[in-house]
Design a protein around this ligand. Structure first.
Ligand code: UD1
Ligand code: UDP
Length: 441
């Protein structure tokens, strides 16, 4: 048995869902672990239900930050994690995604010299108004291992100067969770009996930029109550709060085409999702799950850190503009060709083996004694960046072995950036290298 201990910090429902396949792998491979729940989501149907549905062991700790200001949430987590992480003596801390748990977990571990593995690293919306964008940026700056879902997210990290040897394209564990639980979810028919419509759009929303903005939330509600399509809305508590505050909840409740449910457990939600004909959402996870299950998606945002879904043709950004929202929905649902094209979009998030890949990378690093933050004893005199045109038939690995002190930072093939990996061929490509002084012989 390998004597490795893995720490996992999570705090919200998407983190529980996306970490669950990794926790399963850890248990299956007999590794020691500790789950630390920040308590950001605390209602039974936002947290405990997911541990039940996914048959996960309960967390060893619950920090209980609850509904607080973001700064209070982050500072309480950091404050509590110090003692927990020192006591638990873990070899690596895993964080997932872009919530406050991720920022606080990554900083805490970093300050305690514990390596951080960021699951779903490298996503960028390039919108610093989003709390999640700052969380992602900070977490990625504190991490040692980057488990990125796609080549696009790897390139984001390369652009920020992160060395390619620490970036691993693994796919997204959301696909693992979906594949492992879909059949179980579909075998439960109780949910179907509670849904009023045969034919419906699945709507979820909870993002700060939509639900904490009265004008945007009003626009979205207006666009939906007059729609000639049925909608099922499992209502996030954050959104329920804002709708109530601004007198919009009644409008939705009275609309004959809208059925509101409480937030659903994962199995019920997966079932509902697979029954839906279109997804309308501002959720990150839903954009990924929609393309995984071949359901067209309209995203209620002006940007996305999941651009692969758009490039693949399965997702469209509609923002919060009522006309834009309605036009997109009608265009997809009234045009068979558009519908089929969107539902046939290729899933960019992998084959459902992300969690196995992630754990095997961590295990390998541990066995090689590379899961350690140590002070360097090699002089690394940075000379600067250089742009080089490659004419030889060579791979990145061969190039770096031949040119000691050169680390390939970027590769451009006819001006298009490429995802860097050791076997990538460089002939006729332009590269940017970081140059360090060669070691003196
Ligand atoms: C958080 C994450 C967001 C993620 C989402 C997943 C951050 C900055 N935000 O947003 O990235 O997409 O989780 O769902 O980390 N509430 C309850 N019960 C609960 C949890 C929340 O009633 O169990 C209500 C409270 O009124 C709370 C509000 O929802 O103030 C917002 O909760 P919070 O956890 O701060 O943010 P989310 O919108 O859930
Ligand atoms: N989800 C769920 N029940 C719901 C709504 C969503 O189980 O009522 C799941 C969904 O399948 C997805 C995840 O929650 O895996 C997405 O979480 P959310 O939208 O809250 O956060 P985000 O992905 O935007 O961070």
């Amino acid at each position: 048995m390998i004597n490795m201990k893995i720490g996992i910090v999570l705090g919200t429902r998407p983190e529980i869902i996306k970490m669950s396949p990794i926790i399963d792998e850890i248990i299956e491979n007999d590794h020691d672990y500790i789950i630390i729940h920040t308590g950001q989501h605390y209602d039974i149907n936002m947290s405990r239900q997911f541990f039940n549905d996914l048959e996960l062991p309960l967390p060893g700790y619950n920090i209980g930050i609850g509904s607080n200001t973001p700064l209070s949430q982050i500072s309480i987590i950091i404050n509590q994690l110090e003692e927990i992480l020192i006591k638990e003596e873990i070899d690596i801390l895993l964080v997932q995604g872009d919530t406050n748990a991720v920022l606080a977990g990554a900083i805490s571990a970093n300050k305690l010299n514990i390596p951080v593995g960021h699951v779903e690293a490298g996503l960028r919306s390039f919108d610093k108004e989003m709390p999640e964008e700052i969380n992602r940026l900070v977490a990625d700056n504190c991490s040692m291992l980057y488990f990125v879902p796609t080549h696009e997210s790897a390139i984001n990290l390369q652009n920020e100067g992160i060395d390619h040897e620490n970036i691993y394209v693994t796919g997204n564990t959301v696909v693992d969770a979906c594949q492992r639980n879909l059949e179980i979810a579909l075998n439960n028919n109780k949910l179907e009996e509670t849904i009023e419509y045969d034919d419906f759009i699945l709507l979820t929303m909870h993002r700060h930029e939509n639900v904490d903005n009265k004008e945007r939330l009003t626009d979205i509600v207006e666009s939906l109550v007059n729609l000639e399509h049925n909608i099922v809305l499992p209502l996030h508590p954050h959104t329920r709060g804002s709708l109530t505050k601004w007198g919009l909840l009644e409008k939705l409740e009275e609309a004959p085409n809208i059925q509101i449910t409480k937030p659903l457990g994962y199995l019920d939600f997966l079932h509902l999702l697979s029954m839906s004909k279109l997804v309308l959402t501002d959720s990150g996870g839903l954009q990924e799950e929609a393309i995984t299950l071949n359901i067209p998606c309209v995203t209620l945002r002006y940007n996305t850190e999941r651009p692969e879904t758009i490039t693949a043709g399965g997702n469209i950004l509609a923002g919060s503009n009522p006309e834009e929202i309605r036009n997109n929905i009608e265009n997809i649902l009234n045009n068979r060709q558009v519908y089929e094209k969107m539902s046939q979009a290729r899933n960019p998030y992998g084959d459902g083996d992300s969690s196995k890949k992630i754990l095997s990378i961590i295990t390998k690093k541990y066995m090689q004694d590379k899961l350690k933050i140590t002070s360097t004893n090699q002089i690394r005199d940075f000379k600067g960046y250089k742009l080089i045109q490659i004419t030889d038939d060579t791979t990145i690995k061969e190039y770096e072995e031949k040119h000691e002190g050169h680390i390939v930072q970027q590769v451009f093939n006819k001006q298009i950036p490429e995802y860097i990996h050791p076997e990538l061929k460089l002939e006729n490509k332009t590269i940017i290298i970081k140059e360090f002084q060669k070691k003196k012989k």
